[in-house]
Structure formats: C-alpha cells, structure tokens
Design a protein around this ligand. Structure first.
Ligand SMILES: [Zn+2]
Ligand SMILES: [Zn+2]
Length: 832
C-alpha cells in the first residue's frame, strides 16, 4: 500500500497486495475494462430511467442540447456533456427523479450538402421525398457514431427519452407551435428584405450572419452631367443598377442646394433624387451616399422611410438581374469588375482607395451575405425585446456574465426573425396559398404532421374567392424552429398536462456560450409567446475548448484533440476530471493532456487506497466499528464532514473545479499521507482491538464518502470500489445511493484543532527525518514537541501514535517559551 509518492513504496505496496489472495479489485486500474463493464451494468439495470409514475420524488429536468448529427462528438461537446452529467448524477443522488433526455437536431443544410456530395447529385435532381430519405439515412449513421461517444463518456441520460427532430412525432410539434403562434398573431408572411446566402440559396437569420473584416476598394464615382456632377464613394459599384437615391446629411452645406433635386446614375442612366437624412455620416467618402435596394441594412431603412422604389438587381443565386446585356447574368464579383471597367471607359472613376470593410457572411459557408426581398414567414420577435430582457433578468445565469450576452443580443436585433428557409430537408411549413387571390390556408391543428409539398390542403376551395387552385408552401422552417421547443416537447406538450406541470420550465438549460444568442434566445421568445413564461430556470453556460496551445482548436493548427483519443488512452473518468478541473464554468479552457494524465494518476492512487482498505473483510465482533475514537480519528472524521459540506456547496453552485480539487486533496493528503501513515501500526495483528476497529472504521467510512462525493465526476471507478465494499455485489448502484450528509457530532472545533495539531506534529517529524537522510522506517531516539500549555495534555495522551508512526523511542512534550509562540506554538525536533 502506497501512501507517499515515491516509486519505491509503490512497488512495495503491489508486492504486498500480490501476497494477499483476499483482493478482488484487480491490481492495476484499467479503465478500458472497468468503464465498459459498469456502463453495461447501468444499462442492464436501467439505472437512469426517468420514473414517470413515481410521484413521491421531486423532479429535476434537463433540457439537453440536441447536437447536430455531424458524426463528430468533439471535445467541446464532451465538455458540455460532462457538465450536464455532473449535475444529473449529483441531483439523482440528492434524491431527485432526474429527466435527462438526449435528442438530435437533424434538419439543415450541412446534411443536404453532404448528401449531394456523397451521392454526386444536386438537391433538385430527385423528388423532395427521395432527397429527404437520403438525408435521413445519413443523419442516422452520424447519430449512431455520436451516440457511442456519449455512451463512452459515461453519460447518464435516459435513452428511452431519445428524440430526433426529423421524426414526424417531433416535427408535428414544431408545426403545431407554428399554428398556435399564427393564431395568436405572432407569425406572419410578408415580403421583407432578409439576409440571404446566395450560395445556399436561402434566407438566413441575423444570428446566422458572421461579421468579418476584409480589405476592399472604395471607388469615387462621378454621378450626373459634366456641368452638374456629384461625387459619390462606394465599395459596391455593381449595385449602381439598383441605386434609387443619393442621401446626404441635412446639415452638410456642400450639398444643401442639391437636396430635392435629381441626378443621373453613371453607366446605368437612371434618374434618381437627392435626399437628406440625419443618419448619413458626412465624414465617410464624400459625404454623399448611394441608396441601393438593397446593399445593406441602412438601405432597407432608408427605402422604407423615404418611400423609395425597390429594384431587385441580385437574384437568389447571386447573379445580376438586368435587361442590360453588358451585365445580365454575371456573378456579383464579375459584375463589379465589369461595372468598374465601364465606369473607367466613360471617365467616371475619379480615384480608388483601399478601405477596411466589415461584411456579413453566411455562418455555414462563409459566402458574403446579400439582402434579398421575397415572401417569407416571420415571427414578431422585434416587439418582444423588453419582455425578453425582463425575463432573462429573472433567471439564474451561471456564470452571470452570460446573461448580458443574451440581453445585448436581443437589444441589437433590427428585424423580426425570418423562420422560413428555401431548402428541402427541414420541417415543412404547413400552409397553402390561393393562386388566385393569395389567401393563406394554415393546416388544421388536428391534421399534423403535414407536408404541403405532397399533402392536400385543409379545404378544397379558397375560403375567400372560392378558387380551387391552391398550392402548398415549398419552403421549410429554420432548424431553430425545431429545437426551440425542446423543453416543452420533453414535458409532454401538448397532451400530457400532468407531466408538463412537473417538467416545465426545465430546471437546467446547459449549453455553450456560442449558442446563447440562438438556442437560448429562440427558446425564450417561443416560450414567452406560447406559454407566457421562460422555458428554463437555470442556465449553465460552458466556454469553448481551445487547442493544446491555447489557440482555437483546428485540425490545420496541429492542436486538435479528439475525445475518443483521450478516452482510449486515459479513460472517461480521467477525461471528466479534466473537464471538471479546467476552470470556472463559462470561460474558454484549453485542452491539457497533463490535466487528464493527472486525473488518471489520481485514479491509480484511489484504486490502491481502495485495494488496501477493502482487503479488510472482517465480520462479527472484530468488524470495523467506532467506539471511543482517538484524537486523530476524530480529526479525520471531522475533516470528512467538512469535505462533504465543501463539495455539496460546490455542486450546488456548479463549481466543479472546487469539488474535484477538494476530493482529490482530501484523498491524497488527509487520508493517504496523514491518517493512513499515522494508524498503520493499529492495523497490525498485535494491536489493541478497539484501536484497530476504530481505524478500520474510519478508513472504510472515508473511502465510502470519497466515492460518493466523486461519483458525479468519476462514475466508473467509484462504482467499482463501491461494489467491492458491498456485501452483495451489483444489487444496487452508488449512483442511486444517497448523497452524504455531514454528521455534526464530529464537527467540534476544539477537537478538530487538536487533531490538526497532532497531524501537523507527526508530519513535521517525518519530514525532519527525511531531511536528515533517514528512511521513515529507521528508528530514532527521541522526539521533542514544544507547544502551548493548553495542548500539552493532548500530546501526552497521544504518545503512542506519535512514537509508533515516527519510530521513536521516547517523546518529550515541553511548553513553548512565550517568545517562540506562533499561532499554535508548535515546534518539533528529532534526536536520531
Ligand atoms: Zn451559405
Ligand atoms: Zn382565393
């Protein structure tokens, strides 16, 4: 048995263990054997089942993020799932009926693109139903891979609650939520400019636009006639064809005579007005700015405000739509070159200068986003800003700064949420339109799910004009429409009212900082609109995992780590310790191999301690039992109660790093280095039976409590040790056993202080021996302990543990001279 970290004593301990056939914990802790073994045990016993019948336990519900089935369960996911599982296991041990589902957010563009690549087709080569079938199959393959990774991590979700947003039972509810919101006036169809990805040929939401900086060119162009010209600077001359006005600041004296008059657009030749608007920045370019429909959000605002016409110059696939044969059909970049060429030919370019541009790009494919107007479905989220802010303010955010991220985001939004997408693999929008009068027919709530691309409309004739020429919507919903009702779906909405009361709002909303402005935001607006309350109580936000060098993790940087690789090498319990100890929740953390390796080392230490302690299988009169515990026993048990309090508080506050550090510190130092060393002699066959029983009781008790406190973070090794400590194995699990409560009778301050002093004296004497080059086992003549008068009696009463642990022949306890008094007044000397 090893209590110090020297390699020597470690090999000794293993030899000692080999000679004792009573051991049934294997000599070496091998996670590749133990982890699958206990995972299988949990599965066989359906241990993490949500008990929907048992109403005696309070529920704790988790709205687990449904990941996108990409096939790769990366380290960032694994960090997120580790946090979730720590909470789930802790709450379960605290006596809660934990609802921990796992879902998959299936719909979306990446799968469509992958289907096109895998089968070398374009989405429109096949009928939608066949294309969807291919996407479903691909999703299923990727789900299986990720599911295995989640299982290997030791996650305690209830697989009976698994769901897929692409399944009709699920998307039926997405459609239902739409119908409900349509009826209450939150959903509307309209033709408004929206962000558009020309590569993916679909509308995208503001949350899906990623802003980047790039170097561009600012072109100074001459508008108007030679005798009445106007100089305009723009980075996008290709939009000249869609130019509908020139705007200047009302107080800009350079242009005051121009306002209200008109000018001519070069190359394209249309006549446009010069207007005044306070939002023009007179210091940019020439102070006169082109208004094009639509170059950017400002154009959208000015077009509306000044009632300007709309010219749709850019098509949905990013080409120029004009009757002018010089530009017709050109791609945006080509058109820019061509227009500049024509401007130069006409002598209309005055100069060009480099400029830093901030442009919006598509989050999926990085293509610069355009603004395109076509009929779309919207949710009225803009009017909800105050309500969202007030609601976010009431919730518990861990860490608190993540709340600001959501509030800032909601207040920065300019437009309503565009919920329709011009794609195929998504939840169909259950709506039909009258081709004659454009009336909208929304599906009946009782006839969902429905796919208007294929299913007949709810009525044969248009209720407004009687026409039977009705056409189903071919668009689908934004995937956030699916995932933003997850909390309600878990809670059995709309049919299971009793369950809904129990599970909604969810107790925990755990997700990465990167999706606060999407998932957390969309969940909140949808829930406020449908249920008039927030869908969650506490938000546990994790930071991003950086590469081993601290930079963002990226395959091309060589700092990329795969979860599977870490688990294969060190085991899930070691990986989970890295996740717990990485830092405070919400902050980015780098992946550190040495942290995980340190975790593995700790498991080996704990395993060795457990092998030592569990070799004691004494029953009957000599079984471990506590009667008249000694000073050091009381100190250990007192410290154990303090540990319970510390770890419980840490879990209650999601401070996983505090929890793991406290358990490791106690195990390594208080239990192994201090207590075990000081009671070894009491475990010898010739020792006093009461002393022996007490020591063995304290060791077992500590091991059991350590395992329980560690079980949420290291579920496998703690289960293995726990089973070893049971009379009948595999009858119950540590994870369904109760969470330990501190026993106040061991928390006597005076006794704790005396115990601490005794432990400190023994540790100091041992250190002094080693400083003098003496082995711990070599006998010495004398120990001299000097202390304050109030502690003299305690040291005298504890002669035996001191002498026998230090291997000294005699002990002298003396009063500390008043001049040497420290806080405890303790000094220790040894005489070899
Ligand atoms: Zn895109
Ligand atoms: Zn009609």
């Amino acid at each position: 048995m090893s209590h110090s970290s020297t390699p020597d004593s470690k090999s000794n301990s293993q030899n000692q263990a080999d000679s004792n056939s009573a051991f049934s914990l294997p000599k070496i802790y091998d996670p590749s054997v133990e982890e699958p073994r206990w995972q299988d045990f949990w599965r066989r016993h359906d241990l993490y089942k949500f008990d929907s019948v048992d109403s005696s336990k309070p529920t704790y519900s988790i709205d687990t993020p449904p990941p996108y089935p990409s096939g790769d369960f990366h380290v960032g996911n694994a960090l997120n799932w580790s946090y979730i599982d720590f909470v789930a296991r802790y709450q379960r041990m605290k006596g809660y009926n934990v609802h921990f589902p796992q879902g998959w957010d299936c719909h979306g563009l990446p799968t469509e693109v992958r289907a096109e690549q895998t089968f070398k087709i374009r989405k429109n080569d096949l009928p939608p139903s066949q294309f969807i079938e291919i996407c479903r199959k691909l999703s299923e393959e990727y789900i299986q891979r990720m599911k295995e990774a989640i299982m290997r991590l030791g996650t305690s979700c209830d697989w009976k609650l698994e769901y897929r947003t692409m399944d009709p039972e699920y998307y039926k509810l997405t459609q239902l939520s739409f119908v409900v919101l349509y009826k209450s006036g939150y959903m509307y169809r309209g033709e408004h400019p929206v962000n558009w990805c020309p590569r993916d040929e679909t509308a995208i939401a503001e949350a899906e636009v990623v802003h980047i900086e790039r170097q561009g060119l600012l072109y100074y162009m001459k508008f108007g006639n030679d005798d009445n010209s106007l100089e305009i600077a723009s980075t996008r001359p290709e939009l000249l064809g869609a130019c509908v006005a020139i705007a200047v600041h009302p107080e800009d004296t350079r242009y005051s005579k121009r306002v209200g008059r008109s000018t001519i657009v070069p190359v394209f030749g249309q006549k446009i007005p010069v207007i005044a608007d306070e939002e023009v920045d007179p210091t940019f370019g020439t102070g006169a700015v082109m208004v094009c429909t639509f170059g950017d959000k400002m154009d959208v605002k000015w077009q509306k405000k000044h009632g300007l016409p709309v010219i749709k110059e850019i098509t949905e696939n990013g080409r120029i739509d004009t009757s002018d044969p010089r530009f017709k059909g050109l791609k945006i970049e080509e058109a820019r070159r061509k227009v500049v060429e024509e401007l130069k030919k006409a002598g209309r370019i005055l100069r060009e200068e480099p400029v830093k541009q901030n442009i919006g790009t598509c989050w999926r494919c990085n293509t610069p986003v355009e603004i395109i107007s076509r009929p779309q479905w919207f949710m009225k989220t803009k009017q909800m800003t105050d309500e969202v802010t007030a609601s976010a303010d009431q919730l518990r955010w861990v860490p608190p700064f993540s709340k600001k991220r959501l509030i800032d985001w909601t207040q920065s939004l300019d437009w309503d949420w565009v919920v329709s997408r011009q794609r195929i693999f998504g939840t169909p929008i259950p709506v039909w339109y009258c081709k004659k009068c454009d009336e909208t027919l929304v599906a009946d709530e009782n006839h969902l799910p429905s796919d208007p691309r294929r299913d007949p409309p709810p009525r044969e004739k248009c209720p407004k004009c009687g026409s039977s020429d009705l056409k189903g919507d071919t668009d689908v919903f934004d995937t956030w429409m699916d995932s933003s009702i997850s909390a309600a779906v878990h809670a059995g909405w709309p049919s299971d009212k009793a369950l809904f009361v129990k599970l909604f709002p969810a107790d925990l909303q755990p997700n990465g900082l990167d999706i606060v402005r999407t998932w957390d935001y969309y969940l909140l607006v949808r829930s406020l609109a449908i249920f008039h309350k927030a869908p969650y109580k506490t938000l546990l936000i994790n930071g991003m995992v950086r590469g081993t060098d601290g930079r963002m993790m990226h395959k091309s940087y060589g700092n990329f780590v795969e979860t599977g690789e870490v688990i294969k090498k060190l085991g899930a319990d070691a990986f989970r310790q890295w996740a717990a100890s990485g830092g405070a929740t919400g902050y980015d953390i780098p992946f550190r191999w040495n942290e995980a390796e340190h975790g593995k080392k700790f498991l080996t230490k704990l395993w060795n301690i457990a092998r030592f302690i569990t070799q004691d299988s004494t029953t009957g009169a000599n079984a471990p039992k506590l009667t008249q515990p000694s000073t050091i026993d009381r100190w250990l048990l007192g410290s154990l109660q303090e540990l319970i309090t510390t770890v419980t508080n840490a879990f209650d506050n999601f401070q996983f790093n505090t929890a793991i550090e406290a358990v490791r510190d106690f195990t390594w130092h208080s239990l192994a280095d201090d207590y075990l060393e000081a009671v070894k002699y009491r475990l010898q066959p010739d020792s006093n039976p009461t002393d022996s029983r007490n020591a063995r009781f304290c060791l077992k008790q500590s091991l059991l409590v350590i395992c329980k406190l560690l079980a949420p973070i290291c579920p496998h090794i703690t289960e293995a040790i726990y089973q070893e400590m049971q009379e009948v194995r595999e009858r119950r699990s540590i994870h369904s056993d109760g969470w330990p409560e501190p026993d106040k009778s061991f928390q006597d301050n005076v006794q704790m202080q005396e115990g601490k002093l005794l432990v400190e004296a023994i540790a100091t004497a041992r250190r002094k021996k080693s400083e003098k080059g003496l082995s711990l086992k070599s006998p010495i003549r004398k120990v001299i302990i000097k202390t304050q008068p109030s502690h003299l009696g305690m040291f005298e009463a504890n002669q035996e543990p001191i002498l026998r642990t230090i291997k000294a022949e005699s002990l002298a306890v003396e009063e500390t001279p008043s001049s040497e008094e420290g806080i405890t007044g303790l000094t220790v000397e040894i005489v070899p």
